[in-house]
Design a protein around this ligand. Structure first.
Ligand code: NDP
Length: 281
């Protein structure tokens, strides 16, 4: 039986595992919080994944995927992949054990960059508007930090849910190139884009309400935002990385390989890689 090693037990890795196991492969999934635990568990509710009309928590969705994979005979190890000896077709897990494989798939996701400033703990900070935007409504004002496509589409999405969206872009123009979304955002009465602006720090007024101090063009000016319920920090992400030694084939799927970080896309991406592997053997 052909053996495949998959690093990552998120929607992409597990979908790939399910397809390959059902096609008769022996599948080992390696997962740990260091490099491969799914970011899906962070989503309090996922409402856009088909088949769950009332939504499901990220944790529940992932548990169901794990259950399905295990039912198909997939073996999920609680060690991650520490390094890949690609020419020798072996992975070394985080406990130091080497495992042979015939094909190797990396589905290790991305890490959202974390926004830091003094007092940031005074407000909830989210990184996914689609996952967490529905926690806020017409009585809430939110701040989006970042000028990339994620920040633009997040600000647009949030403008349909909340009272006021303020987007803080640290440069004189947005980095994002989704002009359609940017144009749509500029027509929104309840959305404002502040260029050359960064969140400098947050403190509290006498009643304990947070005050956001915004620095303009890198020179601190006492510009304040009041009545803010939450921050959406959309400042990019970095793919997780595993050391590769040698140049043997490595398949990639999910957030570490796709443009959009969405469960439905990760699932499709995992299925596609599995079918490519099946087709190439
Ligand atoms: P990006 O890396 O493209 O953008 C990150 C943004 O955050 C930049 O504007 C950057 O500023 C800003 N930033 C970084 N660090 C800080 C900080 N500490 N304080 C303030 N601002 C900061 O990431 P995205 O997640 O937006 O996009 C990732 C990829 O996904 C891109 O290729 C994008 O095109 C794609 N995408 C496409 C979408 C679409 O609708 N087509 C939707 C979502 C994503 P600076 O410019 O100064 O570096």
């Amino acid at each position: 039986m052909s053996r495949v090693a998959i690093a990552g037990a998120g929607p992409a890795g597990l979908t790939c595992a399910i397809y390959l196991a059902r096609a008769g492969w022996s599948v080992d999934v390696y997962s740990n919080s260091e490099n491969a635990e799914s970011s899906l568990v962070e989503a309090s509710i996922v409402e856009n994944y088909p088949g769950f009309p009332d939504g499901a928590s990220g944790f529940e969705l992932l548990n169901r995927m794990v259950e399905q994979a295990e039912k198909c005979g997939v073996c999920i190890h609680s060690e991650g992949v520490a390094k890949v000896l690609a020419d020798e077709r072996r992975v070394v897990d985080t406990a130091g054990n080497a495992h042979e494989y015939y094909e190797y798939v990396e589905a290790i996701g991305c890490k959202k960059r974390k926004f830091e400033c003094k007092g940031i703990d005074l407000l909830p900070v989210h990184t996914c508007a689609i996952c967490d935007g529905s926690l806020y409504g017409k009585n809430d004002n939110v701040v989006v930090i970042g000028g990339g496509d994620t920040a633009i589409s997040s600000a647009l999405y949030l403008s349909n849910l909340v009272n006021q969206v303020t987007m803080l872009v640290r440069k004189p123009k947005c980095k994002g190139t989704n002009q359609v979304a940017l144009n749509a955002l500029s027509t929104k009465q309840n959305a404002e884009i502040m260029y050359n602006s960064t969140l400098d720090h947050i403190d509290k007024d006498a009643l304990g309400n947070p005050i956001l101090h915004v620095a303009k063009a890198n020179h601190y000016a006492d510009f304040m935002l009041l009545g803010v319920s939450a921050i959406f920090a959309c400042i990019g992400s970095e793919p997780n990385v595993i050391e590769h030694i040698g140049s043997g084939k490595i398949w990639k799927c999910g957030d570490c390989a796709e443009q959009y970080e969405q469960v439905a896309i990760a699932v499709g991406s995992g299925a596609r890689v599995a079918l490519d592997i099946i087709g190439s053997c």
